[in-house]
Design a protein around this ligand. Structure first.
Ligand code: SF4
Ligand code: SF4
Length: 663
């Protein structure tokens, strides 16, 4: 007379689970955990209510099917008794005559088919006695196995309040063994999944859904069998047992009493609430008639989608017909005949409660999922828990994951998208820089070759043209030509010098300088027209930096010169220094004409210039770029050449690492 070993009753079909958390939300005992992106049942916590199998729209939660074991029993034993739950009229509505249904079950090979409802008749008498003897201590009905598991696992302190009575199924198993022999094998057929683990006094339990498949598998229909009545002992009002309040009606407990100290609750939200009320009531506790489902007629072993009202109606119709036709004397005799059978049932504590986490642990998790104040607690329920706090508790207990919090995951996703965008931008700019470097490298090689070849002949031309110029009389017409040759040769030398500068395989010779003094020095070396103002701003916290002073001076003077040339109508050149722990930034802004959008992408291309013929070599900015890169820094340009879009001008931002050797 004890519960059977708690088998694993419910499973997840992994490739069907879409991780929607519906089953987590609807599991009354939070026995479902997200493991590796799948909602898996934790067997030790599961009470077998089967609710998750009903609510999962993907068919990813399935319960244990055992018709093959029933097949074995039928093949190996002669005395096999099917005991059928009284909710069968709610499931097999298409079979008008219940005798046809009984005939179909018998056709599977059972020697007898009996009604669990007679067990309910017997148990109801015991409940009546309990109720009559009640001294305000209250009891919790024990006919629903999921409720019994719930109390045993999660409210073990209430074990003594569980009615010490067998369920109608177990009662009927004891009765049919008494009647047909203790060697009989008993198979329960009903709407319930938890029955499969309720008691080892029943050899197997299958659901009505399994029975339907079994009929199909064996080719049994209501047309190819012989209708037969249930085998005795036959039930009376116990047949109304599966609908809510069925026990009360079966036990003939009046509605007056019912409204005062009996709480009837079915469905997982209601039964757990009723248990909480019971637990917190000290005196005159109510009696609880609890069902985990919304009545056994809505059990997980019934076909999905049936309407409760219609099912209730089908059971009531069957019971009415039955009571009209039943032989009351025979029923009464059977009740007396089996009243000596012990219908007691022990219940055992099997505490599965988890330790409550500390406030610190809960707060830490709440912070981890971005809940820092009450207003961050959206309590949206998307995670499957009623509140953010409950979710945090479940995370600490190892039942849930941070990612189940939808707002948190969305936030993380946004963050990832932003990070990806940043990476893309960096990648694009690195690619651009790489292209530029390659271009500069090949231009450099070419330039170096040409410059070396031109340098010597240019030197010869310069020397001989100067000699000729010195030898020519001051008023000779050829002197003007010679002046032009000397001037243009000097210009060619300047270009070649620029080319060599650009092409040389530079190494940086670092020395430590005070950048404030250094930049001020650079300003002194440019020719500044009167219509140009120079502003110098330093926001440096530490002006000391390691640079190649010759090269960076070249960078600054180049940019300053360009800025002055861009402001032919006058303007302001602003030099602003900023820094952080690792980098120093030199910002050079002019209020000049700006660089047009079309020209922006070519500014670092060697020999590209917008200056007039003879005014620029197009090597200044590529040189700037090369030097800054050699310092492991970067150059950014912001420019506007369109006065309709705002003030025109250009800003060069040169960022240099404070100590390039660390890079
Ligand atoms: S209800 Fe549960 S098992 Fe079904 S898809 Fe959602 S998370 Fe997966
Ligand atoms: S059968 Fe019930 S208790 Fe078990 S996991 Fe599913 S909903 Fe939870």
């Amino acid at each position: 007379m004890s519960h059977s070993i708690h088998k694993q009753l419910v499973f997840t079909v992994k490739d069907r689970c879409r991780v929607c958390y519906t089953c987590v939300r609807e599991c009354p005992v939070k026995a479902i955990k997200i493991i590796n992106g799948q909602a898996e049942v934790i067997n030790e916590r599961c009470i077998g209510c089967g609710n998750c199998t009903i609510v999962c729209s993907q068919g990813a939660k399935v319960y244990l099917k055992t018709t093959d074991l029933v097949d074995d029993i039928l093949a190996t034993h002669k005395k096999t008794i099917a005991i059928v739950a009284p909710s069968f009229p709610a499931e097999f509505t298409e079979i008008e005559d219940h005798k046809k249904f009984v005939g179909m079950v018998k056709a599977l090979g059972f020697s007898h088919v009996c009604e669990v409802a007679f067990g309910a008749d017997m148990v109801a008498r015991e409940y009546k006695k309990l109720h009559d003897d009640d001294k305000g201590e209250g009891y919790i009905s024990s006919d629903c196995p999921a409720i019994v598991f719930y109390i045993e696992h999660y409210h073990p302190n209430l074990i003594q309040s569980l009615a010490p009575l067998a369920s109608p199924m177990v009662a009927m198993a004891r009765i049919v063994k008494e009647k047909y022999g203790h060697d009989a094998k008993i198979v329960f057929i009903g709407p319930c999944v938890a029955k499969k683990a309720e008691s080892n006094e029943v050899d197997e339990a299958i659901t009505f859904n399994e029975l339907r498949d079994y009929f199909t598998q064996k080719g049994i229909t209501s047309e190819n069998i012989t209708p037969v009545p249930f085998d005795p002992p036959r039930a009376g009002k116990g047949s109304i047992f599966p609908v809510s309040r069925g026990l009360l009606q079966t036990a003939d407990i009046s509605e007056d009493i019912l409204s005062e100290n009996i709480i009837v609750a079915s469905g997982h939200h209601k039964f757990s609430e009723a248990v909480s009320v019971f637990e917190s009531t000290d005196d005159n506790k109510p009696n609880l008639e609890l069902l985990c489902c919304k009545g056994c007629i809505m059990g997980p072993g019934m076909s999905h989608g049936g309407k409760r009202y219609n099912r209730r109606k089908s059971v009531s119709y069957f019971v009415k017909q039955k009571l009209d036709e039943m032989n009351m004397d025979e029923w009464q005799k059977d009740i007396e005949k089996y009243s000596h059978i012990n219908l007691a049932q022990e219940h055992n504590e099997q505490d599965r409660r988890l330790a409550a986490p500390s406030e610190e642990e809960i707060t830490k998790v709440l912070h981890d999922i971005g809940k820092f104040s009450e207003k961050d607690h959206l309590n949206c329920g998307a995670c499957g828990y009623a509140s953010c706090r409950e979710h945090a508790v479940a995370i600490v207990q190892g039942l849930a994951e941070h990612e189940m919090c939808l707002p948190f995951t969305i936030e993380k996703l946004h963050q990832s998208v932003n990070d990806l965008n940043d990476s893309n931008t960096k990648l694009a700019s690195t690619r651009q820089a790489l292209k530029q470097s390659e271009k500069l490298a090949s231009m450099g090689q070419l330039s170096a070759g040409i410059a070396h070849e031109l340098n010597n002949p240019l030197g010869v031309i310069t020397m001989y043209s100067n000699i000729l110029k010195d030898e020519a009389p001051a008023d000779a017409p050829i002197r003007q030509d010679l002046d032009l040759i000397v001037e243009q040769t000097a210009r060619c030398k300047q270009i070649v010098g620029g080319l060599l500068n650009f092409a040389r395989k530079n190494q940086v010779n670092l020395s430590q300088v005070n950048l404030i003094d250094f930049v001020k020095e650079s300003i002194k070396s440019i020719l500044k027209p009167d219509n140009i103002t120079i502003d110098f701003i330093s926001e440096l916290t530490n002006p000391i930096i390691n640079i190649d002073t010759d090269q960076i001076m070249q960078v600054l003077t180049n940019l300053e010169k360009n800025a002055v040339e861009a402001m032919s109508e006058g303007g302001t050149l602003t030099l602003k220094l900023t820094d952080d722990e690792n980098n120093i930034c030199i910002n050079l802004s002019d209020t000049g004409t700006g660089i047009s959008k079309e020209n922006m992408e070519f500014v670092f291309t060697p020999f590209f210039t917008t200056k007039g013929i003879g005014k620029g070599t197009g090597l200044g900015l590529p040189l700037v770029y090369g030097i800054v890169k050699m310092h492991k820094g970067k150059v950014d340009i912001i420019s506007n050449a369109d006065a309709t879009q705002g003030p025109t001008g250009t800003t060069f931002k040169i960022s240099l690492p404070r100590n390039i050797e660390e890079y």
